[in-house]
Design a binder for this molecule. Structure first.
Ligand SMILES: [Zn+2]
Ligand SMILES: [Zn+2]
Length: 154
């Protein structure tokens, strides 16, 4: 499967409201992400853009899967970072990511651990839970568009 290159001027898929070129792209092309949150956002974006190699490179060697396939990944819609912090060379990010599931929505919520080694943050592991979202017609759409659900994805 081939995907069209993502236009760096478009809003970054991680939901920062900045263009991709000023958000996750610099980390994708090799600069070290400065914080665990930046790394986590760039990994979410890498899932969206199917950058499997980047996901491997930013996975700590102690927990990295020997092979990583993004085939069968859900269609990710939005990311929300709930909290993020660092203490010394350790970091944690709590986030929720929403994906399309059939004609509804699912979410993955994770408390992720990161470690800083030789100036680079790495993803180590996370505590994950998943669930489904059932927005009401007048609730904000889970895709993150800011519109009411009844006027957006359905
Ligand atoms: Zn981004
Ligand atoms: Zn929507």
């Amino acid at each position: 499967m081939t995907t069209a290159p993502f236009d760096p001027g478009r809003p970054c898929p991680c939901g920062s409201a900045r263009p991709y070129a000023d958000c996750c792209q610099p980390w994708h092309v090799g600069q070290p992400a400065p914080t665990p949150e930046a790394l986590m956002r760039s990994r979410y974006t890498a899932f969206v853009l199917e950058l499997a190699e980047y996901l491997s490179q930013t996975w700590h060697s102690s927990t990295r899967p020997s092979s990583l396939s993004l085939e069968g990944s859900p269609q990710w819609l939005s990311l929300q970072v709930l909290s993020a912090g660092t203490r010394g060379d350790r970091g944690q990010v709590h986030f929720r990511a929403v994906y399309r599931s059939g004609d509804g929505f699912g979410y993955l919520e994770e408390q992720s651990d990161f470690v800083l080694e030789q100036g680079r943050w790495f993803y180590v592991a996370g505590d994950t839970r998943e669930g489904t979202l059932k927005p009401g017609r007048n609730d904000p759409c889970p895709c993150g568009s800011g519109r009411k659900h009844k006027a957006c994805c359905r």
